[in-house]
Design a protein around this ligand. Sequence first.
Ligand SMILES: [Zn+2]
Length: 777
Amino acid sequence: NALTAHPLCLLADMSRQFPKVTLSEAEEETQLLAEKVYASALKEEDNKDALSMFTVPEDCPIGLQQAKEHELLKELAEQQSEETSKRKKSLKMIRSQSMSLQIPVNADWTRSLAATPFLSPSSTCSSVQENCPDYQRVTISGDYCAGITVEDYEQAAKSLFKALLIREKYSKLAYHRFCRTAAQFLRRAEAMRWSEEDEVLPDICPCPSNGEDPYSMDNLPENLNYELKMKDGIVNVYDNEDALEKNCPHDLPYPDLETFAIDLISKTKGSCHCTYCHRRLNFLSSKFYLHEMLNEMAELKELKSVPHRDFYNVRKVSGQFVSVDTHIHAAACMSQKHLLTFIQKTYKSDADRVVLEKGGQKMTLKQVFRNLNKDPYDLTVDSLDVHAGRQTFHRFDKFNSKYNPVGASELREIFLKTDNLINGEYFAHIIKEVAHDLEESKYQHAEPRLSIYGRSPEEWHNLSKWFIHHKLHSPNMRWIIQVPRIYDIFKLKKLVPNFAKMLENIFLPLFEATVNPQKHKECHVFLKYVSGFDSVDDESKHSDHMFSFRSPKPEQWTADNNPPYSYYIFHMYANIMVLNNLRKERGLNTFQFRPHCGEAGSITHLVSAFLTTDNISHGLNLKKSPVLQYLYYLAQVPIAMSPLSNNSLFLEYSKNPLREFLHKGLCVSLSTDDPMQFHYTKEPLMEEYAIAAQLWKLSTCDVCEIARNSVLQSGLSHQEKQHFLGVNYLKDGPEGNDIRRTNVAQIRMAYRHETLCNELSFIVDAVKSEAMNSQNE
Ligand SMILES: [Zn+2]
């Protein structure tokens, strides 16, 4: 891979550049393969062949039989090869070495870890020792333990290694979190030392302390007088007009579509090793089953010894330990009952207030209801008709219309919009009531999504003004901006000439507010409480464009059709990355990218998200691809899952993979998505936890693990995370856990950590053994 820098800025400091990759001829074959996969995203019917490398023929007995026969032949061939038996031997040696390092013989977990410089470079083991009790470990011994032929194992490991490296690169450049344990193992494979200083972490504003004005506009940073210009759909930053003319942008990483597409290709290449990943995932599942059988009581005992904790009552437990609703839409964050009461209350006081303009005519609340032929006092939860039911399953269109109370868009406009005739006053009031309930409950937080559409550059100004005018900050809420993927609609209505204009409307105002906060005061203040971006819409909608590095640049995207998912994701990521680097330079907070992904549609969405996101919402389709699922596990990419929402839209509750993901060790959290549509009680997040715990018979430790994941994944600040999880939360394993705060047993933490280390060591060992072999040759 050739690395080339910006031609005009060769002398500048290159510390944070986006390494440009060009396609070599040798890779053309992979490229064709990747294109086949992406083409298959276009049409669901004939994607069987192309997607077969992502999936295992689990439900097809003939396919399984064939696969087994094929494997047997390979095993036999390998037995006869002298070369492979040599490699097998060396692998066996390497494996037994790393196994002995991982599994403490003398049952002293921490001492052996401290003896492994790579695992825990700065461990303060004396304090940990008392934290981590002994427990019964599950180990496999003999052979090199991968369970497949040497060649398949080595190739699979190499591809997974490469995929992890690519995610690490994309995460670091965007100030997204990358799993520390995975980073440590990657360095080990490269024979380098991991150090804490190399770690790149997001910057999130701490919550204003008591007595501090959250909306203060004093002491704003000064104007940098930078010039901004959108180029290939990405905002470029220039120090001054001269630099702009000379096309010499400020030293920031500017990603390009071509490199991204090629990175995607090399990741797709890594997807041919399904059998290995499938086996490892099955192993993880079985291992957890054994772990639970052997240690369930020990975990419970540990929790019981923590004072003042009630662990039988799940509700109380998740009420006591902080949980964050990691995926919730602001326009549906209240219960139906709450909305109904609010509408009736408002009617009582505001019946004669002008609240709506329709067809040039101003209407009072009374007139609106008369037009709808409804009496607000006769309204019931049922007639409000905002709840999703059987009729919305697999019908996203019907679901979307459920956002309209009594099926009338007028009521949605009046009560659930930020930018209307009454300046979003009612919507702000409802949200404040929801925030108040959260503050009362004390231990629940939420990250509601507000929309920015990209149809006009005014949107940010209006949204910020709404936020500050109505004083919407709450210590229990962080805000996420959702961008609906509806370019085609704006194009049809002639609101934007091309896709680049939509991106400009979304991102340029953010750059302007970052360069000159004094001119964009409201936006600057509002952005302190925005923790990230989301990309939303029905993923099962197909685009008729195939994503590749030959895709037109956003300026050239003048067609009426909607760009595909990956195209949206890349351009959002690219702008967030540049923006984060600019903001970091100024000492301002950075943003996470947390799109909806893998709820439906092509599994290529999950490939794009693996590179570009901090964490995702839904992830259901990981179920279909062992390779991606295993990668999401190895990199510990957080997934906010909403089984109740899925149950009404895409997947029956009993078939939801959350429990399976959790047990294997994927970093999953529980979230509500749309309480107005899916939940019945005043505490929708508790409802979500309670139903999951009951239906799946989750243990207290399971539930608390989910709650802990939700805090880790959230956009809460470093200080808040320290407060809720323990001061060392950035450290992986029991060292990073404060059981008094999280109620997650140290045994569980140790099990998860050791298991992840074991899986990662497989990859490192294969890469190391290959390096050794090539040295010997
Ligand atoms: Zn959602």
